[in-house]
Design a binder for this molecule. Structure first.
Ligand SMILES: [Fe+2]
Length: 490
């Protein structure tokens, strides 16, 4: 494994503890639009397009902390690359939660881990708000802000102004949620997505399920299906191959949704990791949206996946494996000095579609999360994956590095200086790219010494080669996911 440590101008005094990542969770209440000046290096001429990112832009309202990282209001930002120049802008998604809480400067909506002040009676029967804060995608001419607890929110890609909640001409019904991690099939251009829900009422009560959706290349929802499940699933991400959608339902369960409905507890309160529950894998045919195979392996949980593909009778899936969900305790109080954000183990699963067997192997040794790859190869064999990493650089506790992982497990690990905290590294193809890794890796870094963020650009084929650093005039609250389009929006 090749390793590289970067000195990006960290100004920590020798012997002092590096500042923690917590400053990067403070609010960014202001909305900006400006051209980035005074950058280091050269912005590549063949890097053209728009890099959108999404994440909670604020964790406090009126001085009160939200009860979970997932409950901060969605704030989109966009870095637009054009002819060697870069423009930055950011804007909050104008959901009812954002608008009403901004006006009141108080918590008015329940969240995944947040209660409305006032106890049980203030929360009875109220469902968590959709903060539109997790991911973003530009598909069929529309930019969406996504959160798995609701419908997509449409946002204008040029100025990030909010258009409104989107339901695909009514095809996405009330109560049918739409995950933040859809995948675009490169062969058909279809946008495949899913959402946890209820397919009906049985004698035993509501029937939990996963809804699966196919949106064609023109943006029309053309097919819906569902697979029934024994329990309400914790399912954040999935993979597709040429012919299949693959869901891993792990050992994370919800102990008592009744107490949530009654307003006594939040969903976060009732999330639990149960090692007695094995992980089950459901393979669904994309054409029929019906389950064609299932697999079972040991306990575990997978929040994020890399790529997947079919080879002969085997489906091969890259995944970030966790053997617990302690992270949820940190996410409940992101400002707690001991809060820590865990990566997982980069594993590769092989699902034998013929005999129903499943095997797994660890791919890389470093604690990893937020895997990305060249999405033009979604569902097809790709040979390179990039991940954020948690490494011990003297300031462990967040993502402080990233890596390029080859198909054979060979890795190039880049460690950020102590006090610098990274994010999901996203691959952006170069103009007219010819090879899988012909392009750049986009990494937003929070500098805890200066309380500023910057976008760092690396060559994707050699991630130790930093091409340029684009400093912002402020910090960017730690975000979750992003999307790059070669279309230039400014
Ligand atoms: Fe995610």
């Amino acid at each position: 494994m090749a390793e590289q440590s970067l000195n990006n101008g960290a100004a920590g005094a020798a012997g002092n503890e590096p500042p923690s990542h917590h400053g990067g969770l403070e609010n960014l209440d202001h909305e900006y639009s400006y051209e980035i000046e005074d950058f280091d290096g050269v912005v590549p001429a063949d890097l053209q397009g728009t890099f959108f990112r999404n994440g909670p832009g604020r964790q406090r309202i009126g001085g009160t902390k939200y009860g979970h990282w997932f409950d901060g209001d969605g704030m989109l930002c966009a870095f637009t690359f054009r002819n060697g120049r870069v423009h930055f802008k950011n804007a909050y998604v104008r959901t009812p939660k954002y608008l009403e809480e901004t006006a009141a400067q108080a918590i008015k909506y329940r969240g995944f881990g947040t209660q409305v002040p006032g106890g049980m009676w203030s929360n009875l029967g109220k469902t968590p708000a959709n903060p539109a804060n997790t991911n973003t995608i530009y598909h069929a001419g529309k930019l969406f802000a996504l959160n798995e607890g609701g419908h997509p929110w449409e946002v204008k890609p040029d100025d990030l102004s909010t258009v409104g909640e989107y339901n695909f001409a009514g095809a996405l019904q009330k109560g049918q949620v739409f995950s933040a991690h859809g995948r675009v099939h490169p062969g058909t251009g279809e946008y495949i997505n899913f959402g946890a829900g209820m397919s009906g009422i049985t004698l035993r009560g509501p029937q939990p399920c996963l809804f699966i959706y196919r949106v064609d290349a023109a943006g029309k929802m053309i097919k819906k299906g569902h697979i029934d499940l024994p329990h309400f699933p914790f399912c954040h991400d999935f993979v597709i191959t040429e012919r299949y959608a693959v869901f891993f339902i792990g050992s994370i369960t919800f102990s008592s949704m009744g107490s949530v409905l009654l307003g006594r507890k939040t969903i976060s309160d009732v999330v639990q990791y149960d090692p007695a529950i094995n992980m089950k894998v459901h393979v669904v045919a994309l054409d029929s949206l019906e389950e064609v195979r299932s697999f079972e392996t040991g306990h575990g949980a997978i929040v994020h996946f890399g790529n997947a593909y079919e080879h002969n009778n085997t489906v091969i899936v890259d995944a970030m494996y966790q053997d617990g969900f302690e992270a949820n305790n940190s996410l409940n109080d992101v400002f707690h000095p001991q809060s820590r954000f865990n990566g997982g183990v980069y594993k590769r699963y092989r699902l034998n579609m013929q005999d129903g067997s499943i095997s797994e192997a660890q791919v890389s040794p470093t604690e990893a999360e937020f895997p990305t790859f060249n999405t033009s190869l979604t569902g097809r064999r790709s040979t390179v994956c990039y991940t954020a990493c948690s490494v011990d650089n003297g300031a462990n506790g967040f993502f402080n590095g990233f890596q390029r992982v080859e198909e054979d497990g060979d890795c190039t690990l880049v460690t950020l200086p102590p006090g610098h905290y990274g994010s999901e590294p996203l691959f952006a193809p170069a103009l007219h790219s010819k090879a899988e890794d012909d392009g750049y890796l986009l990494e937003v870094v929070y500098n805890a010494y200066t309380h500023r963020s910057e976008l760092q650009v690396y060559r994707a084929d050699d991630v130790t080669d930093q091409v340029c650093r684009l400093p912002l005039q402020h910090h960017l609250p730690h975000q979750f996911h992003g999307y790059f389009t070669p279309e230039v929006f400014c």
